[in-house]
Ligand binder design. Sequence first.
Ligand code: BV8
Ligand code: ZN
Length: 255
Amino acid sequence: MTAMINDTGEANNRIATAATLLRHARRVAVLTGAGVSAESGVPTFRGSDGLWEGHRIDEVATPMAFRDDPRLVWRFYNLRRANLRTVQPNPGHFALAELEQRFAGEHFTLVTQNVDSLHRRAGSQRVLELHGNLSRTRCMQCHAIEDRGLDELGELPHCPHCNGLLRPDIVWFHEALPAATWEEAALMTSLCDVFLVVGTSAVVYPAAGLIVAAKRSGAKVIEINLAETDASYHADVRLTGPSGALLPGLLKAIG
Ligand code: BV8
Ligand code: ZN
């Protein structure tokens, strides 16, 4: 029981410390990964040790995989689009949207690696999507980018304008991130005084590089995760547990 009291006491201290940092922050940047959507029922990447139907995700999510077998890659993305038709934002997404309201405009930036639109559906305004979005398609021929929501696209969708083959508007491994989005994310990270990292294993670059960049710019780093990650070494405060519970708790502690 003592250990429990100590653990609970220690956890409450950490939440109070994180709340104080955020209450006095001038500028906040947040980096989220798949873990923030896990409680919504969106599978994480490395939860299934990075496998999908026996394929390594970084073998399915690449331009080479799409060139070699576009049907397989579209099956991977159509299944994830179908999953998104069944999910809702969770309390963690809503807490981040509420936290943004406490900061004026440019003083709060939410950078996400997720491609599931759940931050925007929860009301977050300033969302930088580093890895694209599952609702959009891009034509391989005329390069038209269209938001197709979560409609059924068929197993090998083609462009309504030029009949070119469509691809998901997603950043695959070996592909560059959208330049303007990346520049903005890097700038906001360099300007923030608190950097909140939620639900990411911090193994995918350049996104994970933002954590060290924040640290180097003098920001305090708060990590929310179920487990220790590559970000944990850089965290000034680590809150261990589900983000769907810890983020609302953190907001309550900020007052
Ligand atoms: C680039 C879109 C250069 C796809 C994604 C060797 C070979 C090839 C490439 C590389 C290499 N070494 C390094 C690289 C670079 C590579 C990379 O970093 N690879 C890693 C795997 C080593 N990066 C790239 O290729 C990038 N591009 O470098 O281009 C370039 C430059 C100029 C010009 C040309 C080229 C592109 C990276 C983007 C790849 N695309 N997504 C898709 O989504 O289908 S990345 C993919 O991983 C997702 O976006 C995902 O978000 C991201 C990171 O994963 P996480 O979000 O962290 O998810 P994960 O499952 O790992 O972790 C979940 C965490 O949540 C865990 O910590 C868990 O404990 C926690 N959690 C779970 N539940 C909860 C929770 N926490 C709290 N509460 C809970 N309830
Ligand atoms: Zn086209």
